[in-house]
Write a protein that binds this ligand. Structure first.
Ligand code: USQ
Length: 396
């Protein structure tokens, strides 16, 4: 049985990924330091509904399915904790049926990063935390694999935001360049739009170093903003649903717009609204991780895929949310507000993204019907939604 280790297993994507692999017969271990829970408490931003702890979720998962997801709570910027996940030495499971270490993971899915662009730009402390956490965790992972388990395949979550919005087509990770008559292949030029995005550029560089020097096997998935709640596994018990953020810091745009529509909060279109990004349903994020797991990078190879299924402008998302909301009886207004971010509001955007589909991912597109499904869930919690966290205006 293949062992998948998920770093950041309590997050929006981490927990659904854990259930996804567990349901398919993999041995699964998750690790998390509860950063998202702590920051939600500290900044008082909450989530749409309360989410059981990781230990409780693993226990519910076991009761409902008979499968085991082993849980370790701890901070992966501590290199000893990271190393214990590969050796079993001093490894303390907070939840497991059998608390013995079996074997090092065959695949590591690395989500254990501070994922919010606005959070990374609140102030110098949150910027420092973003850089130190994201880079130390990645570096600890790289050294643990090099020293202890060189055959382990790393799947790291990258972001489309590493490329920014260049005035040329965006390739899947690499660019062939001919310069003064000579040619070579380089990482596609990167220009992150926030400290968070810049930390992701740097962690890609770290792992590319590890591939070149120590023959590590790495897949970097350049993901766009994800939306949605439900996955196949979350239907088993509603307590297994992933966390759903709609606040300005941790909520992504589609989830935010739907929540705003439900509470009659005019949709917060930043600036001109022609910013274009690539989007994907949470169900497709899981499919992508799975095909990446099944198509390992070779030693020394950094495989890069652009993990998006379609592109939209902010204005298109606002209009779709308005139409769907109106069909469901909500009076949805759109409000173009001064952009708190520094980003191009009109730009060329033409990324390639066929790689993951060629490996078998079948996209769930954002349609009126799929948006209605999310509306349905969000509206159940309407009375609990807090207007005060929707927009506070964290500026770049
Ligand atoms: N936007 C609005 N109104 C809002 C929120 C966002 O107009 O209320 C705009 C933003 O200005 C931006 C676009 O919508 O142009 C996307 O913003 P977002 O907050 O959904 O996404 P972003 O901050 O870029 O970050 C999210 C995730 C991050 C991931 C990234 C992928 O939080 O972890 O890496 O999406 S990407 O955007 O491709 O870099």
């Amino acid at each position: 049985m293949s062992h998948v280790l998920i770093l950041g297993g309590d997050g929006y994507l981490g927990w659904p990924t854990a259930m996804y692999f567990s349901a398919r017969g993999y041995e699964v271990t998750v690790v998390d330091n509860y950063f998202r829970r702590h920051v939600s408490d500290e900044l008082d931003i909450g989530t749409l509904y309360p989410v059981p702890t990781l230990v409780q979720r693993a226990s519910i998962w076991h009761q409902k399915t008979g499968y085991e997801i082993k849980v370790v709570i701890g901070d992966l910027s501590d290199p000893e904790l990271m190393r214990s996940l590969f050796t079993g030495k001093d490894l303390n499971y907070q939840w497991a049926i059998a608390k013995n270490f079996t074997a090092p993971p065959h695949t590591v899915v690395h989500y254990a990063e501070q994922p919010s662009a606005p959070y990374s730009l609140m102030n110098y402390k949150t910027a420092n935390f973003t850089l130190s956490n994201n880079l130390l965790v990645t570096n600890n992972l790289m050294f643990a694999i090099k020293d202890l388990s060189p055959d382990t395949h790393v799947i790291k979550l990258g972001t489309m935001g590493e490329y920014g919005t260049p005035n040329i087509d965006i390739e899947e990770g690499w660019l062939d360049i001919t310069h003064k008559g000579r040619s070579d292949r380089f990482l596609f030029p990167r220009q992150g739009g926030s400290i968070y995005h810049t930390s992701k550029v740097m962690d890609t560089d770290l792992l590319w170093f590890g591939c070149r020097i120590w023959d590590l096997k790495v897949t970097d998935l350049m993901q766009g903003p994800v939306y949605g709640i439900e996955t196949e596994e979350s239907d088993i018990d509603e307590r297994l649903k992933t966390r759903f953020g709609y606040d300005e810091l941790f909520g992504t745009i589609v989830n935010r717009f739907i929540t705003q529509a439900v509470i009659d909060y005019p949709l917060t279109v930043y600036g001109g609204g022609e910013q274009t990004r690539g989007y994907l349903n949470i169900k497709d994020a899981l499919q992508c991780i799975h095909v990446a797991e099944q198509n390992q990078a070779k030693p020394g190879e950094l495989n890069i895929y652009n993990q998006i299924m379609e592109t939209f402008t902010v204005n298109q998302l606002a209009e779709l949310t308005q139409q769907v909301g109106q069909e469901l009886g909500y009076d949805v207004k759109i409000n173009s507000i001064q952009n708190p971010r520094i980003e191009k509001e009109e730009h060329y955007y033409n990324p390639s993204y066929q790689g993951l589909m060629e490996l078998g991912v079948k996209p769930h597109y954002l349609t009126k019907d799929s948006m209605k499904e999310i509306f349905k869930i969000v509206s159940q919690y309407k009375s609990k939604i807090r207007k005060d966290v929707v927009f506070t205006g964290v500026k770049w």
